[in-house]
Design a protein around this ligand. Structure first.
Ligand code: ADP
Ligand code: XUL
Length: 523
């Protein structure tokens, strides 16, 4: 009988899944459900709920649970071989946190009796909504935690990252300060990844070394909770967190809920989930150091594997545990697809017209530049949103389209210089990697060839491959990462996009002007 593994991805805008046949090396199913479209009753826009305060961005754990039911129902109704799935894992948008009362333990143990996942979870939340990675409302808490830890360098050395507004520790501290009673009633704090994996496993789930590193709470050298950071964050926090585990940890078998309702194989292993960036690393086959990846999702991220724990002296980049062992480095730019969409929508364009504008404008955009901080930016750190233009009028539609993409790519090049040599090649993924003109600008600015993948959903692919790896290890295999990823995680043979000959000289010059413009506007 063929063996299938299932990878899920609970991301900012959608829940997606990838079903792989690990015996034939085939992708059997690749699907996505957009939260705004399938669950409009939650009132999300691009997957999130906005507050009157623009710094506050939350989403709904109940919505994530409901989406999971809809996805499994669809897969069952379409006759996918769920009874032959041998392992399930997943990926979650990083940093977001879910606050649960102690009744979650009984609710998860008795999931099979529940009418739906959303109804099982709703009474267990000690906080209705979950702050997500787009939330930047914890500046004060970052300063407090950083000071207690002994400053930026000490924080980076302890946890792999400086304190960041979206990281889970500062978010937990804000909740504990603002709602001490509800914080006191919180028995378990989960990440998005560990929350959804708790539903799959029917028990409160561990956090893995990849997603755990995005909390400002995990000791990056020892890959376990850092007591000092826990104490600097909130009282009694250690008791509310699950254990940190390796990314191949098996939590148990899938909850009987999925067996009864959707015919999932009762022996399927429920494997710990990880963050979307660690999962993408695996989904692109970057199981050892070498190439870099750029993901053009809601945020744009740039990441790669590292054998040792190399931290960013400027404190802009992060170090996470890699699911393949060792470490990964990550830079996250919040104004990614978000900013491209803002420009596209401001001029009433569709993606075809946006691409045409990129074709109609020259390399380097005649020196026209933009700093597209529609939202507070993470890299470089910009707390007050604002869009700044240089040599560029707001009426210049095509010029603005090229300016936003060039600015994003130049910013990636500028802020990744600390990593050392520029990459010899780049693997691109995420929704916007489907856009050929954006990819050409990426190759030109980075001065490196870019390769594409059949699916733009590397996070769900990585989750499925992590499930396959955990299965192999659980069965006494060697967990040979290269062999596990080889059939699936390879770029499309004919997808190589080379930099244009004249681009290198143009962007070497343009980079200087861009760096000066950024320095002028970002203190
Ligand atoms: P996430 O995983 O963060 O939810 P995805 O990787 O699914 O995001 O990417 C979704 C984004 O991809 C959309 O917000 C959209 O802006 C962008 N996108 C989709 N198609 C195109 C295109 N042809 N050109 C540029 N951007 C696109
Ligand atoms: C990474 C980050 C985002 C989220 C959502 O640090 O904040 O990439 O993981 O994709």
């Amino acid at each position: 009988m063929p063996r299938y593994v299932l990878g899920l991805d609970s991301s900012t805008q959608s829940l997606s899944s990838m079903l792989l046949n690990i015996d034939s090396g085939e992708v059997v199913d690749d699907r996505a459900l957009n939260f705004d479209t399938i669950l409009p009753q939650y009132g999300t826009e691009n997957g999130v709920m906005r507050d009157a305060d623009p710094m506050v961005v939350h989403s709904s754990p109940v919505m994530w649970a409901e989406a999971l039911d809809i996805l499994f129902r669809q897969m069952k109704d379409e006759g996918l071989p769920l009874s032959e799935v041998v392992a399930i894992s997943g990926s979650g948008q990083q940093h977001g946190s879910v606050y649960l009362r102690d009744n979650i333990e009984v609710a998860l143990a008795n999931l099979a009796d529940a009418p739906s996942l959303s109804e099982a979870v709703r009474p267990c939340l000690s906080r209705d909504s979950a702050p997500v990675w787009m939330d930047s409302s914890t500046h004060a808490e970052c300063e407090e935690i950083r000071a207690t830890m002994g400053g930026k360098a000490a924080m980076v050395a302890a946890t792999g990252s400086d304190c960041f507004e979206r990281f889970t520790g500062p978010q937990i501290r804000k909740f504990a300060k603002q709602a001490p009673t509800a914080y006191g009633e919180t028995a378990h704090i989960a990440l998005v990844s560990s929350f959804v994996s708790s539903l799959i496993a029917g028990k409160v789930s561990a956090i893995d070394v990849g997603d755990g590193a995005g909390m400002n709470l995990m000791d990056i050298a020892h890959l376990d909770w850092n007591e000092e950071a826990l104490n600097a964050t909130a009282e009694g926090l250690g008791n509310k967190l699950p254990a940190v585990k390796a990314s191949h940890e098996v939590l148990g078998n899938v909850s009987p809920y999925f067996v009864q309702n959707y015919g999932v194989n009762a022996d399927a292993l429920a494997v710990v989930w990880s963050g979307d960036n660690p999962c993408s690393l695996i989904g692109l086959g970057l199981v050892e150091p070498g190439l870099m990846a750029i993901s053009l999702g809601t945020s744009d991220t740039m990441f790669g594997a590292m054998s040792t724990c190399n931290t960013d002296p400027r404190g802009e980049g992060h170090v996470f545990g890699s699911p393949a062992g060792g470490y990964m480095t990550l830079l996250c730019f919040k104004n990614g697809s978000l900013a491209r969409e803002k420009i596209k929508d401001q001029y009433n364009l569709d993606w075809d017209a946006f691409s045409q504008a990129l074709r109609d404008t020259p390399l380097g955009n005649d020196g026209k530049m933009i700093l597209p901080y529609f939202e507070p930016e993470i890299v470089p750190r910009v707390l007050t949103p604002g869009v700044h233009r240089k040599n560029l009028s707001e009426e210049d539609v095509a010029g603005n389209c090229r300016a936003v993409v060039e600015a994003q790519m130049m910013s990636m090049r500028l802020h990744s210089e600390w990593m050392g040599e520029r990459p010899a090649a780049i693997y691109a993924t995420g929704g916007a990697s489907a856009n050929a003109e954006i990819i050409q600008i990426m190759a030109n600015v980075m001065g490196a060839p870019v390769y594409l993948f059949e699916s733009t959903n590397s996070a769900a692919m990585g989750a499925a491959l992590r499930a396959a790896h955990a299965l192999d290890v659980a069965e006494g295999g060697e967990g040979d990462w290269k062999a596990i990823v080889a059939p699936f995680a390879k770029p499309v043979h004919s997808s190589k996009v080379e930099p244009q000959a004249e681009a290198v000289a143009v962007y070497n010059e343009q980079m200087k002007a861009f760096a000066a413009f950024e320095a002028e506007r970002v203190s």
